[in-house]
Design a protein around this ligand. Structure first.
Ligand code: HPA
Length: 277
């Protein structure tokens, strides 16, 4: 197990970004599979490949770009993360959430996290967007395990308010104005990379899960410790194992993700534009 980076590494990452960006972004957005298009809509973009940022992990998922794009959208300075780090790639859990600590040092206080997920709740369907209001993590590991970094927060911290209600309410209102509804739900984290078995999905449903995915939760935990408020939106790309009996493939996940892209990017644009100070 790789030891957690010391605070000095996080500081060097943040200092490098500060020299490139100048001012604190109003909001950060993590763009999940297929949502990189939002980064293309930012005005006056500064593009920073992850490999240029000291100590930053470099994402290995082929269809994710591995860069930050900082630019303006609706009068806000947005830091978009085009590509993230997954536990299944081999990163330690703290590495998948490394960027959250860097955002904290940059002074970012709000984060929108997006992802592709399987529908566990049978009332959902591919193409739906779920506003995640809580999560379940069954794996023992945590991104904040090991030596605590006091600059990020307390050793033991509350998890009840990290999913920010005002941002979730705004997302619902923006979706409604665009003529569709978001469903509130609980995201169940599974470490992957294999998709789940039907029995695992039945278990997650019994436990109260609505969607299932392989990202996001470590990042949310790190954000909770740092006091960063989160809006989390999941694109349902497929029904989870055992629900329809159809095989789950990466192609299906990416294809449905592409079909939702326009609606999702439109929603994100409205939320960012209308978010208060
Ligand atoms: N399971 C886990 N992760 C996923 C799925 C799924 O069915 N779909 C998209 N990401």
């Amino acid at each position: 197990m790789l030891e957690k980076s010391p605070i000095t590494d996080y500081r060097e990452s943040a200092d490098y970004l500060r020299t490139r960006i100048g001012v604190t972004p109003d909001i950060a957005v993590v763009l999940g599979s297929g949502l990189g298009a939002l980064a293309d809509t930012l005005e006056n973009p500064i593009v920073i490949p992850y490999r240029d940022i000291p100590h930053f992990p470099i994402s290995t998922v082929s269809y994710q770009k591995g860069e930050m794009v900082i630019g303006c959208l609706g009068g806000k300075l947005v830091l978009a993360m085009n590509g993230r780090f997954h536990f299944y790639e081999g990163w330690e859990m703290w590495q998948t959430a490394y960027y959250v600590g860097v955002l904290k040092l940059l002074g970012v206080s709000r984060l929108i996290i997006t992802n592709a997920a399987g529908g566990v709740n049978e009332n959902l369907g591919p193409g739906d967007i779920v506003c995640v209001r809580d999560h379940i993590k069954l794996t023992a590991n945590s991104p904040v395990r090991g030596q605590n970094i006091p600059e990020f927060g307390e050793r033991f911290f509350d998890m009840q308010h990290v999913y920010d209600k005002p941002m979730a309410d705004l997302a619902h209102a923006c979706a409604e104005a665009r003529g569709f509804a978001l469903t509130d739900g609980v995201y169940a984290f599974m470490s992957g990379p294999q998709y789940e078995t039907p029995a695992e999905i039945r278990m997650l449903r019994l436990l109260g899960g609505d969607v299932v995915g392989m990202s996001t939760v470590p990042e949310i935990i790190a954000a909770a410790q740092c006091g960063i408020k989160v809006l989390c939106l999941s694109a349902v790309t497929n029904m989870a194992a055992g629900i329809t009996g159809a095989a789950i493939t990466e192609e299906e996940v990416l294809e449905t993700g592409a079909q939702i892209r326009e609606r999702f990017v439109g929603l994100l644009t409205d939320v960012i534009t209308q978010i208060g100070d």
